[in-house]
Design a protein around this ligand. Structure first.
Ligand code: PHE
Length: 501
């Protein structure tokens, strides 16, 4: 016979007192042990054949709030009938209602039931009692439930079980399914408790005291049961989208980039003008861009830079370009926007870091005035990067992007000519997604135009790229509806595996 632990001894002794068989809850109450302690003890005692465990599904029913009030004041049909009797057995519905003190909203229910139960008839606004109405099963059950917290449905007779469903239909009772665990002493168990168990206190934690005084030699130390199941724990988990964002960050870091971040609110100057986007460019329209109402405007950078940007827009300044040939407005450039792309962050960084080499990236939120649907959100993420060095070329840009995509597990990459106001040449990259058997557009890219670099005094070529991240997230997670990312659907979040590297 294996040595018993304290909680096992106590569980056996409590069961003895309860005549050898009892539900776990009762043992918990009687022994003073924690529920988990009894469950653990029962597991090893069952293993040692001292106990048997039974499991039973039980349906518990208890009064709802409405049911509790009816148990006190009576069902509406009962109140109506009582009032009717008081008025001599026949009276106008209105007078009966008044006599009963019944709220209007319960009237149709009360009339319905009084009719169904055959207590009275209604004709031309007159209510007429048909018979004495002894308390029905529903009222008996209400009474019973008001005396007890809950009742086990299976213990009720068939008729009353039916009544439970009727009351449930009237929303007067609530139903709860429960598993009842019962423990029973086996013959071996009985023999053991009959021989007498002396509960020996166990120490579950060694203290400095026990060690210093040497009394640890004498006390009984509780053994670990390494087979005992632990409670189910739902660990905190990083949202799948955040996991992918983190993955993207790590890839950039591996490739030797440094992360930069910028503020979400930017002046139109940094979001558009500094990137040589003309002030009448359609993307600047309120249809595409969120403008701030309070405050409406921000500050422009130092005068030289602003003048250079203005001149570049108007006539090309010293860049050899003709510019956009319109009159540039500093007021338009001061307007505050929620950045529409993270290129606002990189150009701003560049304006303060003109010396090569520069190799930075950003993964951040951007905003566009989009109609929301399963493919579009007004708030989303972009990945963005720039490389500035003395001798970098378009080949380097394509190579860098290829490496980035490869690290994300996207093997086939294609580059297409494209257009952005701030790059020349400009390209679009598409990647092949085997699971979808299709090509998907990801980052746009190019080499910043002299019209972008000259006003900030940047002398070396700058490779730039950027694009939305959500499409990549959807691909990686194998989902189609972008809104799922923001639904806080815990089931989906739990099921979605941790990003694999
Ligand atoms: N800003 C562009 C976009 O939002 C992407 C891009 C970044 C293109 C840098 C070229 C260079 O789609």
């Amino acid at each position: 016979m294996p040595e018993l632990r304290e909680n096992e001894q106590k569980t056996l002794l409590t069961l003895e007192k309860l005549k050898g068989k009892a539900p776990v809850d009762q043992i918990v109450k009687r022994s003073g042990l924690a529920h988990a302690a009894v469950m653990r003890a029962s597991l090893s005692l069952t293993e040692n054949k001292l106990l048997r465990t039974y499991e039973k599904q039980q349906t518990l029913t208890s009064l709802s709030a409405e049911g509790r009030s009816y148990a006190e004041i009576g069902l509406p049909e009962r109140r109506l009938h009582n009032a009717l009797i008081k008025l001599g057995g026949e009276a106008k519905v209105n007078s009966v209602v008044e006599e009963a003190g019944l709220e209007k909203k319960f009237l149709s229910v009360a009339l319905g039931w009084i009719n169904r139960k055959g207590w009275a008839t209604i004709k031309q606004g007159m209510l007429k009692s048909l018979k004495e109405a002894p308390p029905g099963d529903d009222e008996k059950l209400l009474r019973l439930l008001s005396e007890k917290e809950s009742v086990i449905v299976e213990d009720l007779g068939q008729e009353l079980q039916k009544t439970v469903s009727v009351l449930k239909g009237r929303k007067l009772v609530e139903i709860e399914e429960k598993t009842l665990r019962e423990l029973e002493l086996t013959d071996d168990g009985w023999n053991l408790v009959k021989k007498g168990i002396e509960v020996q206190e166990e120490i579950s934690q060694l203290t400095p005291e026990l060690i210093r005084t040497g009394s640890w030699r004498k006390v009984k130390l509780r053994k670990f049961n390494v087979k005992a199941p632990g409670p189910e724990v739902f660990l905190g988990k990083i949202h799948p989208a955040q996991q992918i964002i983190q993955h993207v960050r790590e890839i950039f870091l591996e490739m030797g980039f440094t992360e930069i971040r910028g503020s979400i609110v930017q002046t139109a100057f940094w979001n558009f003008d500094a990137l040589f986007q003309p002030q009448d460019h359609p993307a600047r329209d309120v249809v595409d861009t969120f403008y701030l109402a309070h405050p409406e405007k921000g500050k422009l950078p130092e005068k030289d830079v602003v003048e250079a940007v203005a001149a570049t827009h108007e006539n090309g300044w010293n860049t050899g370009s003709r510019g956009w040939e319109y009159s540039w407005s500093p007021e338009e450039a001061k307007r505050l926007v929620l950045r529409t792309h993270t290129t606002a962050t990189t150009i701003r960084y560049l304006s303060e870091h003109k010396e090569p080499p520069v190799k930075v990236f950003s993964v951040d939120r951007v905003y566009r005035n989009e109609k929301l649907d399963y493919k579009h959100l007004a708030e989303f993420h972009q990945i963005e990067g720039i490389i500035m060095d003395k001798k970098v070329t378009l080949r380097d840009l394509m190579g860098t992007l290829k490496e980035f995509y490869h690290k994300l597990g996207l093997e086939k990459v294609q580059f297409w000519p494209s257009y952005f106001p701030y790059t020349e040449p400009s390209m679009q990259s598409t990647v092949y997604v085997p699971e979808l058997k299709t090509w998907v557009e990801l980052c746009g890219m190019g080499i910043f135009r002299p019209e972008v670099l000259a006003p900030f005094g940047v002398k070396h070529p700058v490779l730039a790229w950027g694009g939305g991240l959500e499409r990549l997230i959807l691909l990686k997670l194998g989902i189609e509806d972008i809104r799922l990312l923001y639904k806080n659907d815990l089931g989906w979040i739990r099921r979605t595996p941790v990003c694999q590297r």
